[in-house]
Design a protein around this ligand. Structure first.
Ligand SMILES: [Zn+2]
Length: 437
């Protein structure tokens, strides 16, 4: 005992010194920006008016940025929905003799929404919902029923005129102003269809035309993320949409990201993946207590990205929440901002991808730490600053950090591995030099 105890103490002491020396220069990109514990993205679907006149000002007053998935065909000046294909009368006539089957289903399901009325559009939407639930034959039968009504006149056929609610009167000028304030505007297609039952030309039109209008009226930056309506994860839709948009809230391709969608009952804490995107829909009957508990859950782990999906606000839109509720909820997040990174869907995606693709080299020599970062990502798109953590010698009291020869701000902190500097560099930052001053 007499011998072992001092030896043990000496070993611990030596190990501490050695490990600290070995760590010097060691640099990592923190899991979340500013070394926070979790990320939250506040997203809104369908672009209904109170999202912009009620929810957005609340977010602005708290300096929080949101993501708004907007239906571009509703906005004055942009391309509206249309059916692309053979004349609708021809398709309609055929339905009298040929039953709906795998060969004609997508064309018919695409066309029926443009025969002129809301009743016909409902056949498109309902057939889509049934199709996505796997009941293919029932979806065919529903399309047959819809066309039978159109042929008999039970549903009148007329030239399609999109009928949009007057309450959705936000203009491209308004959207441009919101984007300038730091909110993310993103596509939610041209007409909000059930993409899973559209044929190729119509599906591509919904995805590509919407993107083209986002570029035309807002700029390339707002074509990064998109949301295909009804949260679809249809394989065919995902394949097309991922070729057009770098990120989809519906589903992401990253192997290191587990996705728990809005209907999932799995708790995010059970995931072994490096990141968990946990989507929650704060529908009208979800209590404030539960909504706050989602935020609390983020804080008890280090890998959760909570993605909130809001629809209606103050009586307008699906499953609305009141402005008062939103203020209470967002303030709850704001009070915890020291540990939470509240950012748009695009910004969080970009940070994670930048972090996961960067390679870092570090080198400690002649009382200088030199760090090199490399990535294949396009800096003009992946433009989110990264937070770096670099271990420095314990005896460096004041330091300077240079990024491409320019002095940058930092914080000095300590953990069980020693003293380190925490600092942000622009995404294109590649050369960093740290030295004592
Ligand atoms: Zn929607």
């Amino acid at each position: 005992m007499k011998v072992i105890f001092p030896l043990f103490v000496t070993l611990v002491f030596l190990t501490a010194c050695v490990s600290n020396e070995r760590n010097i220069g060691q640099t990592t990109i923190t899991k979340w920006k500013d070394d926070k514990k979790a990320a939250i993205s506040i997203t809104y679907d369908d672009g209904t008016i109170h999202q912009f006149t009620v929810a957005r000002p609340i977010m602005d007053s708290l300096q929080l940025k949101g993501t708004f998935y907007i239906i571009t065909g509703k906005i004055e000046g942009s391309a509206q929905g249309k059916f692309i294909g053979r004349p609708i009368e021809q398709i309609l006539a055929e339905t009298a003799n040929i039953k709906t089957n795998a060969d004609n289903f997508f064309e018919r399901a695409s066309a029926i929404g443009f025969t002129g009325s809301g009743d016909a559009l409902a056949y498109h939407s309902n057939a889509g919902s049934i199709f996505e639930s796997g009941k293919i034959e029932e979806a065919y039968a529903l399309i047959d029923e819809g066309y039978a009504k159109l042929r008999s006149g039970a549903i009148p056929v007329s030239e399609h005129k999109p009928r949009y609610s007057r309450t959705d009167s936000t203009t491209w000028d308004d959207y441009r102003a919101y984007a300038k304030d730091g909110h993310e505007m993103a596509s939610h297609t041209v007409t909000h269809p059930r993409l899973a039952v559209l044929d190729e030309p119509n599906m591509l039109y919904e995805l590509e035309q919407s993107k083209a209008d986002m570029v035309k009226f807002l700029g390339d930056k707002y074509t990064f993320s998109a949301e295909c309506p009804y949260g679809t994860e249809d394989e065919r839709v995902m394949e097309y949409a991922h070729k057009i948009y770098p990120a989809l809230r519906n589903r992401m391709p990253e192997p290191w990201l587990e996705e728990l969608n809005r209907s999932s009952r799995q708790q995010p804490g059970t995931s072994r993946k490096e990141y968990v995107q946990w989507q929650r829909g704060p529908l009208t009957d979800i209590s404030m207590e539960i909504m706050k508990s989602w935020v609390d859950t983020c804080l008890t782990h280090d890998n959760i990205w909570l993605v909130l999906v809001f629809h209606g606000v103050d009586g307008i839109g699906w499953e609305p929440r009141t402005g008062d509720e939103l203020r209470e909820y967002f303030s709850y997040m704001k009070e915890r901002e020291n540990d939470l990174w509240v950012a748009t869907f695009a910004d969080v995606t970009k940070y994670l991808r930048e972090r996961k693709t960067k390679t870092i080299q570090n080198h400690f020599e002649d009382e200088q730490i030199k760090i090199k970062l490399m990535t294949d990502l396009d800096y003009s798109i992946y433009d989110i600053p990264l937070t770096l953590k670099t271990y420095i010698p314990a005896n460096w009291d004041t330091i300077e950090i240079l990024n491409q020869s320019k002095s940058i701000e930092f914080e000095i902190r300590k953990d069980e591995l020693g003293k380190y500097a925490l600092y942000n560099i622009p995404s294109m930052g590649t050369e960093i030099n740290i030295h004592a001053k």
